[in-house]
Design a protein around this ligand. Structure first.
Ligand code: SF4
Length: 438
């Protein structure tokens, strides 16, 4: 029984604040408010405070409050009239994504996640080349050398040091034996205390120099002549030393966040990292650890892949899946005028607003979302891991983690709404579930 008059503590909570999915949070509520949060970082605190501050389930139709039935009827009309709809945002849990896919199939929609650009920097390398990746547990327990690329991984995944690089317990390699090398725009002074305490080796580098740096390391490992002066003598010598360390390590891990590679042809930089891992595996064990999963990008892609046989950026308009990682980019579809309806789903963040666009927009989103310009229909939805139970995939994609229900709520889940919309569309069009692709 949920009793608001006494403090409630819930342990072993899984946090959907970023792709690390820490599952050791302990949350105490006083009434509807957060009283204390144990093990959560600042992103987690902000996630739970924002979630608990908002619970109004009132939908808006053209800016005016309406009932849920009226809002759903308006959505059904727009979906029926649309010839080419785009379902994007896609920040939801596994069940939400399953419901979205069924509805998208009925509508012949195109699907892309709001983080699609970052996600496809990795996926295009995987599609063209394959890769060898590891999990957080393997990295924590076995890696004796971890190479971290870039700088934003610490802001985007704040507990990576505590959970993976320097955990309290590790099975085969103790944290003190683990060498850490960081390539990126860092200085000794900019290292936070917990990271500095691990004595990482810094190789200062801008992100657009990563491809050249990794090419030099691969050249050394392949036994080719390299010129360290081409990248700056000091940096070049550090990279040669890194190549030697990588060849001696028993289990090296190379990690990056594709979101930080916001530069032209970024997939070529990531391809270099993946090829480096491949070369190291000829003699020793090495693995990549791409960091992602925030706003459920991994979750939405996993569900899409197992349902359709293709990843996101897939169009269902012709009655079968057509995947195109370039043409089906959500920003391009809107700017080229190729879609006539946008359905934007953002259950995990009040900040992930739909883009300003001329076409009608249906928004199924966080109850705290505040719009710059109001969409055609807005239905506040329950937040997975706060308003309802669910599952989602963390960055390494290997295990779906359970998300708890933390409060009583009248907010419908994305799965509830998309399933209702599918039933209404099926009734209106006479399509049966057997006719669907996914
Ligand atoms: S690091 Fe990520 S998953 Fe862990 S508590 Fe912070 S926001 Fe949540």
């Amino acid at each position: 029984m949920w009793n608001k008059s006494i403090d409630q503590t819930i342990n072993s909570v899984t946090c959907p604040g970023c792709g690390l999915s820490c599952d050791d949070l302990s949350i105490t509520f006083a009434g509807d408010q957060l009283r204390s949060l144990v093990n959560g970082c600042e992103i987690a605190r902000s996630f739970y405070e924002t979630a608990l501050d908002h619970s109004d389930p009132t939908p808006l139709l053209n800016g005016s409050p309406v009932t849920l039935d009226q809002a759903l009827a308006a959505c059904t009309t727009h979906l029926e009239q649309s010839n080419s709809s785009l379902f994007s945002g896609l920040a939801t849990d596994v069940n939400g994504m399953r419901g979205i896919l069924e509805l998208a199939d009925l509508c012949g929609a195109t699907l892309d996640h709001m983080n699609g650009d970052a996600m496809f920097r990795n996926l295009r390398v995987l599609q063209d080349n394959g890769w060898f990746t590891t999990t957080f547990s393997e990295a924590r327990n076995r890696a004796d050398l971890v190479v971290l690329i870039g700088r934003q991984w610490l802001d985007r995944f704040p507990r990576l040091v505590e959970r993976v690089l320097n955990p309290q317990d590790a099975l085969f390699v103790q944290s003190k034996q683990r060498k850490i090398v960081i390539l990126g725009p860092w200085t000794e002074e900019s290292l936070p205390e917990d990271l500095a305490s691990l004595n990482p080796q810094l190789i200062p580098l801008e992100m657009d120099a990563v491809a050249d740096a990794i090419a030099l390391v691969r050249g050394v490992i392949a036994g080719k002549p390299v010129d360290p002066n081409r990248i700056g003598k000091q940096t070049g010598e550090l990279l040669i030393s890194l190549a030697n360390q990588l060849q001696q390590a028993n289990y090296s891990v190379i990690s990056w966040s594709a979101a930080e590679f916001d530069l032209p042809h970024a997939e070529l930089s990531i391809l270099g990292l993946v090829e480096l891992v491949k070369a190291l595996n000829e003699k020793r064990r090495s693995a990549a650890l791409p960091l992602a999963g925030t706003l459920a990008d991994i979750t939405s892609n996993q569900v899409t892949t197992w349902q359709l046989g293709y990843p996101l950026r897939t169009r269902l308009q012709r009655g079968y899946p057509e995947h195109d990682p370039i043409l089906n980019r959500w920003q391009g579809l809107i700017s080229r005028g190729e879609v006539d309806l946008l359905v934007w789903i953002s259950a995990l963040s009040s900040q992930a607003l739909p883009p300003d666009c001329e076409i009608p927009t249906i928004v199924l989103a966080h109850p705290g979302m505040r719009f710059k310009s109001l969409p055609t229909v807005y239905i506040p939805v329950g937040i997975p891991g706060v308003d309802h139970h669910g599952h989602w995939y963390r960055s390494d994609g290997v295990c779906p983690l359970p998300l708890n229900k933390l409060r009583r709520s009248k907010l419908p889940s994305v799965a509830d709404l998309t399933n209702l919309l599918s039933r209404q569309l099926q009734t209106a069009s006479g399509v049966s579930a057997r006719d669907l692709q996914c």
